[in-house]
Design a protein around this ligand. Structure first.
Ligand code: ZN
Ligand code: ZN
Length: 208
């Protein structure tokens, strides 16, 4: 692997905190989609049982849990992940899947989000709590991976600024604010072999 001509493989640390393996299996679809354009490897098999990462997520959740709301604060969970553990995880790519009902400053609840860090890493936290189907979870995860790997970049043609830069083609990188619209989009993309439009595919190929 010392060949400097070779693209560096992207490595994702996956922490699956869900009990039902169907969610992890849904993530496989998102990884498969990204792998068409990026050489990507994952720390644990999505949908497999990995007790250490499950316990790790449960521990992060309990430290970010707000008993008054019975919800988990997303930013607090992220900070616990990045700084409060015994190692600094900045500079890495991570995906944390939680069953908890997430909220954040100014938001009653959220599916999750991607947060870049100060050392070139990026971290996706995603909740299954408000997700209606495995298809929707795969859709959401594919969308966030798209952000992680620079799809629908700011200033590109056929993008719009709508809570971040998003694609306006028929594409998984469209922004859907309403849950029903997002389910509709996932449905419309169902029969398509590729969930990313050609412009986003190009950007995914160029990411490194
Ligand atoms: Zn987005
Ligand atoms: Zn697109």
């Amino acid at each position: 692997m010392l060949d400097s001509e070779t693209n560096l493989m992207a490595f994702i640390n996956l922490y699956d905190g869900t009990e039902d393996q169907k969610y992890g299996r849904a993530l496989r679809r998102a990884f498969t989609e990204i792998r068409k354009y990026q050489d990507l490897s994952v720390s644990t098999t999505p949908g497999g049982i990995h007790i250490p990462s499950y316990s790790f997520v449960k521990n992060l959740e309990s430290r970010a849990h707000n008993p008054e709301r019975n919800q988990v604060h997303l930013s607090r969970l992220l900070n616990g992940f990045l700084y409060n553990s015994n190692k600094d995880r900045r500079g890495q790519l991570s995906f944390i899947l939680t069953e908890s009902d997430l909220y954040d400053n100014g938001l009653n609840w959220c599916f999750g989000k991607l947060t870049p860090d100060t050392k070139g890493g990026a971290h996706i936290i995603m909740s299954t709590n408000h997700v209606n189907s495995s298809r929707t979870l795969a859709h959401l995860a594919t969308h966030e991976f798209g952000h992680m790997f620079s799809a629908a970049s700011r200033g590109r043609s056929n993008t719009e600024e709508n809570l971040g830069s998003h694609c306006t083609n028929l594409c998984v990188m469209q922004q859907q604010v309403e849950v029903s619209d997002m389910d509709d989009l996932a449905m419309r993309l169902k029969s398509r072999d590729d969930k990313f439009c050609y412009q986003c595919q190009d950007e995914l190929r160029r990411y490194r």
